[in-house]
Design a protein around this ligand. Structure first.
Ligand code: NAD
Ligand code: MG
Length: 401
């Protein structure tokens, strides 16, 4: 492949866990991939280091104050162009020379740049599942309208896309996503009320950012992924299921109407799905080693115990309810997880906050994006108030903490 035919990549969320893995993939394929834009919330020094080592021309910093400071202090290399704020991320996502935009921004802050990338006809490699849970209808519409490709980066969804490839959609009975079970899969239920932030961040198989690691401990992550799968593959709620698989080696199972299943296997490293999304047209030498089947290992599967994972049950109900219910679930979960990570609420309060918000925000079938964004804001405000009450009652009931 000549240098002129390299795929030009914009990476939003470059300083995060997915960002790190994406940089490894890009560095391993200098003949096929070229990084032309990077963005993060702040952390100008890390962006500057990436810009220097990958010779990146465009850098965006979402936090306006951090961007201003970086411009004043000249923190980014002199031959790079600095973009600021959400507008800056949109400018990167629509650069005329970009071929693929990888959105790996935690939460829903990447929605506007993702929509802009699709409208500009760019391939969208999507890691930020929250975006589809918030506004799947409008993201899928934007892709259809422009004909741009939406390439899943979430490992389970990248796996499903591979298993579905070449099969008529009517042949598919069900898609089953696997879940590791997270940090507390074998933890005594009665002790879950005492777990700390550090306990929740100790994931058994994957190394990831803090929000998704907590979502894995509550299994909210798998609930979000069921909804993500619904949008990506046009599935009905009854066609999306999840199963606990403690090794995180099988990433999905696709069951066909004749009872046959296809599974997709790889070691638990995000470089595999990221590379598939950045280079979707042919398989290329991987960054990490394939599974070594000459070493003995076993694979186990068991049903999800919903009494251990109330957020998974809520997410499943949310998926069945449809409309803006998934957006309410996602917004309140984001607020509650942030409060837990900040030490303001207990682990078990996360599901209480989400449940309370779902009961207090009305659902409807959205016809435009602004109405979804308004519900997202309302849910965040109700969830934040519930977090404050939860924090208050914690202080009153256990003054010694
Ligand atoms: P992380 O916390 O490690 O990194 C988040 C990145 O987002 C950082 O670069 C941060 O600067 C950036 N960011 C945060 N707020 C921003 C804003 N307002 N504007 C611009 N950038 C902002 O998170 P992560 O683990 O890399 O996850 C990123 C996304 O990918 C999440 O949606 C997650 O669910 C999804 N995902 C992650 C993994 C994984 O293995 N880490 C796997 C599947 C899906
Ligand atoms: Mg996943």
């Amino acid at each position: 492949m000549s240098l002129r035919s390299r795929r030009r990549v914009v990476l939003l969320g470059a300083t995060g866990s997915i960002g790190e893995s994406a940089l490894r993939v890009i560095a391993a394929h200098p003949d096929k991939l070229e990084l032309i834009g990077i963005a993060s919330r702040s952390n100008a020094s890390r962006l500057a280091a990436i810009a220097s080592s990958h010779r990146v021309r465009h850098v965006a910093i979402a936090d306006e104050a951090a961007a201003k400071l970086a411009a004043e202090e000249g923190s980014v290399p002199r031959d790079t162009i600095l973009h600021a704020g959400e507008r800056g991320l949109i400018e990167l996502a629509t650069l005329p020379e970009a071929d693929v935009v990888l959105v790996a921004v935690v939460g829903t802050a990447g929605l506007a740049p993702a929509l802009a990338a699709l409208a500009a006809g760019k391939d969208l490699a999507l890691a930020s599942k929250e975006i589809l849970v918030l506004a799947g209808k409008f993201v899928m519409e934007a892709a259809r309208r422009s004909g741009a490709r939406l390439l899943p980066v979430d490992s389970e969804h990248a796996a499903v896309a591979q298993c579905l490839s070449g099969h008529p959609r009517n042949d598919v009975a069900r898609v089953i996503l696997t879940a590791s079970g997270g940090a507390f899969r074998d933890f005594p239920l009665e002790k879950l009320s005492q777990v700390t932030r550090a306990d929740a961040l100790r994931h058994p198989n994957w190394s990831m950012g803090p929000k998704i690691t907590v979502d894995s401990a509550t299994l909210a992550n798998k609930g979000l992924e069921l909804i993500e799968a619904q949008w990506l593959f046009g599935l009905k709620p009854g066609q999306c299921a999840a199963v606990i698989h403690s090794q995180s080696i099988v990433h999905c199972l696709v069951e066909f109407v004749d009872g046959v299943m296809l599974a997709q296997l790889s070691p638990p490293s995000m470089t595999f799905p990221i590379q598939r999304a950045l280079l979707p047209d042919s398989a290329t030498r991987g960054v990490d080693h394939a599974l070594d089947l000459m070493k003995q290992f076993s694979l186990d599967f068991k049903p999800v115990d919903e009494s251990r994972y109330p957020l998974y049950r809520l997410a499943r109900k949310t998926m069945e309810a449809g409309g803006v219910t998934p957006a309410i679930f996602n917004a309140s979960n984001e607020v509650a997880v942030e409060a837990f990570l900040d030490g303001r609420i207990d682990f078990l309060a996360i599901s209480d906050v989400v449940d309370h918000t779902l009961q207090n925000v009305p659902s409807f079938e959205p016809t435009d994006l602004p109405s979804v964004l308004a519900i997202d804001a309302e849910a965040r405000s109700i969830a934040a108030e519930r977090c404050r009450r939860s924090a208050g009652s914690r202080i009153t009931s256990s003054p010694s903490r």
